[in-house]
Design a protein around this ligand. Structure first.
Ligand SMILES: [Cu+2]
Length: 180
């Protein structure tokens, strides 16, 4: 299982809101890379409520806009609202370097390592149109709005991560030894 390839350590939401990330900020060997999981949901739109609400202070995408942007007439697969994204979606780290994840959106997301990018775990065809469910997704771990997590122990090579709720949210982390 891919979950064995890394450690996904959750920091409690309460702690995350009051204390800085326990990044090894003073350790030259590991500044830690960061990935922000982003969306821009509008907390004033009650239409988010049935699926968990929008836990942002401010946001500009209501549920109707989000739903409209899911598809393109030119694509057989889900496209998805591009404010729902991994930031950055590509980064290089050194072996042993940690990756600190923060859900800066107002919705729940996952940051799940998959062998191949595919569909997510929510039984809503509009979210997964044209995609086969990634086998890692049904057991994926939710990161609530404001939640933090940490990746460590990634082996050298390319690692594929996606949100198993919004499967167009993708990232590749390349673990590469710096040649000196
Ligand atoms: Cu998501």
């Amino acid at each position: 299982m891919n979950i064995n390839q890394f450690t996904l350590a959750f920091i409690s939401l309460a702690a995350a809101l009051t204390v800085p990330l326990p990044c090894a900020a003073h350790d030259d060997h590991d500044h830690g890379a960061r990935v922000a999981i982003r969306d821009d949901c509008d907390p004033n739109d009650p239409a988010w409520a049935p699926s968990g609400g929008c836990h942002r202070k401010q946001g500009d995408v209501n549920f109707a806009e989000f739903s409209f942007e899911l598809s393109s007439p030119l694509s057989a697969a889900v496209v998805g609202h591009q404010a729902w994204r991994m930031d950055p979606s590509y980064l290089e780290i050194e072996p042993g370097e940690r990756v600190h994840l923060t859900n800066r959106g107002g919705r729940t997301h996952t940051f799940t390592e998959v062998q191949s990018f595919g569909g997510g775990k929510i039984p809503n065809p509009a979210l997964n149109k044209g995609l086969l469910t990634a086998p890692e997704c049904p057991a994926s771990i939710d990161i609530p709005a404001g939640g933090k997590a940490e990746l460590s122990g990634l082996a050298e090579g390319n690692h594929h991560f996606q949100c198993c709720i919004h499967p167009w949210m993708r990232a590749v982390i390349k673990v590469k030894r710096e040649e000196d």
